[in-house]
Design a binder for this molecule. Structure first.
Ligand code: AMP
Ligand code: FE
Ligand code: FE
Ligand code: ZN
Length: 275
């Protein structure tokens, strides 16, 4: 039995509806799925309902953008209460930050003779947590760029003309927000960020797990993080980080987390609630 605990839906920058993720997961024979949209849990209710009908296990989740020592890192929250008031207030603020950032990116594009309007991006995104991928898609749709990748290369990558830095909470704050909502916190794709040296500090701040299995981790990176998780006695998580279909194939299920790690995650969550 396997799980995929890192999935995005169209409530953030993925292209699938939560229900589509469930039917794809079911077809692949996955036992459990988690939805980890950036800065929002709006899709969790629909995905929980669809999973229930499909007889699959669902774990609510979120992916928060945070920073530590000026490095960006992503913190995954699992099995948290999607109705938690403090969490909802905090993420509403981050959603507002994202919306203002879209307006700023569009202003910069306009200064570079690209006549895009913020409304075009918002209409296409149709969600509360819009991001750069929506701007990229709007640039392609409006005929301003030939492809999604070109949009990032020309305008949206770090230090390109329309790149706007995003306000980030501290990693400790992200972990605390997840904990107070009854969830467990894991460091997303450590192999993609320069975070190895800060993992001990994050564990000290309450981090519960490391995403050892990820699409962009090499076999040796996976082994390194599995060893770290063991040494620091934290959970092992993993998932595909599916944002939709890539090169014609959905990424969901391409990273298979053995189900025993889902059991451990649930145990840890129950223990923390009793603490
Ligand atoms: P944002 O949160 O608005 O900064 O957007 C970050 C998202 O953009 C990531 O989660 C990826 O989905 C996507 N992304 C970031 N860099 C690139 C890139 N160079 N090419 C394509 N997609 C990217
Ligand atoms: Fe993303
Ligand atoms: Fe991420
Ligand atoms: Zn992600």
């Amino acid at each position: 039995m396997f799980a995929d605990l890192h999935l995005h839906s169209r409530f953030s920058d993925g292209t699938y509806a939560p229900e589509e993720l469930v039917s794809l997961g079911q077809r692949l024979g996955l036992a459990a799925l988690a939805l980890t949209d950036h800065d929002t849990m709006e899709g969790c209710a629909a995905m929980a309902a669809a999973s229930k009908s499909a007889g699959m296990e669902f774990i609510s989740g979120i992916e928060l953008t945070a920073e530590h020592n000026e490095y960006e890192l992503h913190i995954l929250g699992y099995a948290l209460d999607p109705e938690n008031a403090k969490l909802l207030t905090a993420i509403a603020k981050f959603q507002g930050v994202r919306q203002n950032r879209i307006r700023e990116m569009v202003t910069r594009l306009n200064e570079h003779e690209i006549p895009l309007r913020a409304e075009e991006v918002f209409d296409l995104a149709n969600c509360r947590a819009p991001g750069r991928p929506h701007v990229a898609r709007a640039l392609v749709k409006g005929g301003h760029c030939a492809s999604f990748d070109e949009a990032f290369e020309r305008f949206l990558k770090k230090n390109r003309p329309a790149w706007v830095p995003k306000f980030k909470m501290s990693a400790a704050r992200a972990i605390e927000l997840i904990h107070q909502a009854g969830g467990v916190a894991a460091l997303a794709h450590p192999g993609l960020n320069r975070t190895d040296d800060v993992i001990p500090e994050l564990v000290e701040a309450g981090l519960d797990g490391l995403e050892c299995f990820h699409t962009k981790h090499s076999a040796s990176a996976t082994q390194r993080y599995l060893k770290m998780a063991k040494d620091y006695r934290v959970l092992v998580t993993g998932g595909s980080d599916c944002h939709g279909s890539s090169k014609g194939k959905p990424l969901i299920g391409t990273v298979k987390l053995p189900y025993e790690y889902v059991e451990k995650l649930k145990q840890r969550q129950v223990e923390s609630l009793n603490r």
